[in-house]
Write a protein of this length. Structure first.
Length: 508
């Protein structure tokens, strides 16, 4: 008699995919929005050919499956953050559904979000994960080998390959590159054909390729090219297109990356236009994170204006400099008001220090704690936007005693501005212990790397190289490396975002 597995639900058995056997519902059904039928509570025996003298009728135990030393499952077992990988030892990782389940599982934090699964699906606060929930519907509608399928496979394998070593990694990395190149070729064809019916699927596919690039880069600037492509497609579709649920989820999910890339490029973005601030949210409530992004959407344009003002001789550029400084100061005031408004949503503090444990090597800086991952994500990005504003004000001389162009605009925009942004940078560094915990999975370092890089580069300009702040940053960089994120390679993206202040350039 042959026992049937009691840890595989009927949905996964019908689809012939791995099932992790979780109770009350398996991860596969949960992520694909299917009701899980549960598991057999007693072994079902299927009669074999009668009269077999070699068969032990008393042995009803489940036969042990031989272990494949070369299996992909063993290759990814070292990934301590992959619950789905650890609990699904015998996954074949051959279908887009399985690989998408890996991506979703790794891009949503574990215990740090005290919200339900349905809230996670509709969350506008996760920087790079909420839109993944639309992919199952797209996959079900696509043919095998389509753009969306191949991009999803590339994303899933990019995450899996990060935890592999040796021949196993080489083998599956080759498969990842095959899927990636296939998606790129199909993407080129679709963009040339301008198929209006496939725009949402095309946007979702490019977004998947962007995350794949962030996980396993194929080129230093690859992720930025993908983000720019998504931004252009979104802009051409217009704000009215993103009112509906699926398209809206894509928009709010990728809005942060479009804004971050525009800040790095110091180029204006359509996100700063009024219609893009309001129209996509006509039928949807804006989360605090989305309201924060709305305020910061003008920042790329202000950086562009600041660059232009620096090229004008000081005697002739008074009006331009004053306009930029007033706009940056106004944005700082709005960011401060956003923090006060956000604080009202919580009974306790937005963040607090925790005692330094024995494992922590963050020098003398105490790590910060947050109510949940949503609050932590929103706060470190708010602090990042504040740092950029302050460094720009310092660079053009507004905070410097040498400035002659600030006039009385501080009376118009009353705001207490610190002398430098070091204190804010330190808070971001203190937050990294929270984001780099194992239960934050891939989402933690992916959401925190941009704020940390801004803080690190700013501290290099304003702090002593031997200070505790810089020593802490070096420890954080090592932690990012252990998670598979090379902060050093990405730091070149910031070369035009945080520049040397004018006060230092003058040698004062």
């Amino acid at each position: 008699m042959k026992p049937q597995s009691i840890s595989v639900c009927q949905n996964c058995r019908d689809r012939k995919i791995g099932c992790d056997g979780k109770v009350p519902a398996c991860t596969q059904c949960r992520w694909f929005l299917q009701p899980c039928p549960g598991y057999l509570r007693q072994i079902v025996f299927v009669h074999q050919a009668p009269g077999d003298p070699n068969r032990n009728n008393d042995n009803t135990s489940r036969p042990k499956r031989p272990q494949d030393n070369n299996s992909l499952a063993q290759g990814v077992a070292i990934n301590k953050t992959g619950d789905l990988i650890k609990n699904s030892t015998y996954f074949r990782w051959s279908t887009a559904e399985e690989l998408l389940a890996v991506a979703i599982d790794h891009f949503i934090p574990a215990s740090n979000l005290p919200v339900s699964i349905s809230e996670l699906y509709s969350s506008q606060s996760l920087v790079c994960a909420s839109w993944l929930s639309v992919l199952p519907n797209f996959i079900n509608e696509e043919r095998s080998g389509s753009l969306t399928i191949q991009a999803t496979r590339a994303l899933g394998l990019s995450i899996i390959c990060r935890g592999q070593r040796g021949e196993t990694k080489h083998s599956h990395n080759s498969q990842r590159l095959e899927y990636y190149c296939s998606a790129i070729h199909q993407l080129q064809s679709q963009l040339l054909l301008s198929n209006e019916c496939g725009n949402e699927q095309t946007v979702a596919a490019i977004m998947s390729l962007t995350l794949a690039e962030l996980m396993m880069p194929t080129s230093p600037q690859g992720w930025r090219f993908h983000v720019r492509a998504v931004a252009e497609l979104v802009r051409k579709l217009g704000p009215d297109h993103f009112i509906t649920s699926t398209a809206h989820r894509l928009f709010v999910g990728f809005r942060p990356l479009i804004l971050i890339e525009a800040i790095l490029s110091r180029s204006p973005t359509f996100l700063g236009l009024q219609q893009w601030q309001s129209v996509p949210f006509q039928k949807h409530f804006q989360s605090p994170m989305q309201r924060l992004l709305g305020y910061a959407a003008v920042l790329p344009s202000l950086l562009h204006q600041a660059d232009a003002a620096k090229l004008i001789p000081a005697q002739q550029g008074v009006a331009e400099v004053q306009a930029v400084t007033q706009a940056l100061t106004k944005l700082l005031k709005e960011l401060r008001q956003w923090v006060l408004s956000y604080q009202n949503l919580f009974r306790g503090p937005l963040y607090w220090t925790k005692p330094k444990d024995r494992k922590s090597s963050y020098v003398s800086l105490l790590p910060l704690c947050f109510p949940n991952a949503l609050a932590a994500t929103a706060l470190i990005h708010c602090w990042t936007f504040q740092i950029i504003c302050l460094t720009q004000l310092d660079e053009i001389g507004v905070l410097s005693k040498h400035s002659q162009h600030c006039g009385d605009f501080h009376d118009v925009f009353p705001l207490r501005i610190p002398k430098d942004p070091v204190d804010i940078c330190v808070k971001i560094c203190q937050s990294m212990d929270y984001f780099l915990e194992d239960n934050m999975k891939v989402y933690g370092p992916a959401a925190a790397i941009f704020p940390f890089q801004i803080a690190y580069r700013t501290l290099l300009l304003y702090s002593d190289p031997q200070s505790d702040q810089i020593k802490t940053c070096n420890v954080v960089i090592s932690s990012f490396h252990q998670k598979g994120f090379d902060v050093g390679k990405l730091s070149s993206d910031l070369s035009f975002t945080i520049q040397q202040p004018r006060t230092q350039l003058r040698g004062d």
